[in-house]
Design a protein around this ligand. Sequence first.
Ligand SMILES: Cc1ncc(C[n+]2csc(CCOP(=O)(O)OP(=O)(O)O)c2C)c(N)n1
Ligand SMILES: [Mg+2]
Length: 285
Amino acid sequence: MKKDIFQISPGFEDIMPAEYRDLIDNGPFEKNVGVSDLGSFKELLEEHPLCAGCGLALSLRLILASLPNPEDTIIVGSTGCSALAFPQVALHNIHSLFGNQNAVASGLKRALTLRFPDKVKDVVVIAGDGATADIGLDMVLQSWFRQENITTIMLDNEAYANTGGQESGMSPMGTVLNMAPKGKKFPKVSVPELARESGCAYVATVTPAQPKKLGKAVVRGILAARELGPSYIQVFAPCPTNYKFKPNETISKIKLREKEGTYETKEYITAEAQELFARLEEGKK
Ligand SMILES: Cc1ncc(C[n+]2csc(CCOP(=O)(O)OP(=O)(O)O)c2C)c(N)n1
Ligand SMILES: [Mg+2]
């Protein structure tokens, strides 16, 4: 990332906190870094306001480290816990009204294509499960039907976490939360299947327990969106605060769910996308 894209406003250099200055100096990540390079650059302020053990914070770090073209990537966020971390990253990002993220991303991608016809600009939506599967579902589906060239990443913590624990469409059946005391009456919404049926070129469900797999899915999702059409990645990001487990148990919770078969990591790749990935991945060797 070029220094002139992300810098401290003149006159504020001395009063900005040291960790913020560190983000400017060490944040600019080179193209071609990946999850294995985490620690060699700064992608997120350590003092971000997300809770200890937040699966979403960990997932966000891995996603940011995996972007194939960070300098020319624009993240479109939505209201929810993840929105609290976006002011702490060294990347272009825009906050949209809760649920509107895929409509905003569609317009942004179209405008960038017109404005910079010779440049690759990746537009990536990163939003919660409530924003994606419930309140924004209409906008999400319509963007897929229209075949917009954007990537949608859902941070699935299986709750409306930011508002104190209501059930979302993505909460498993029977889930009891602070503000859902009676237990959820229907199972998780099958958003990956909706994505596939709605014409996404690439769909993946991943978890931060397998960072390399997550990183590969992010790269593939973005390349598919660039060349073919919409893509969807669902990241399981358990929430210790609302699901009331210890912050150091996040990864073991994911592994347990995978073992039980209640959270499956999978990939759906259209024939066109298979061909694209084979060509691009071959070209890199
Ligand atoms: C239009 C609108 N409706 C409702 C809200 C209230 N609200 C803010 S965050 C949130 C829940 C977000 O849930 P999710 O998308 O799953 O993100 P999380 O906080 O779990 O990361 C809600 C309902 C809002 N801010 N704007
Ligand atoms: Mg949520």
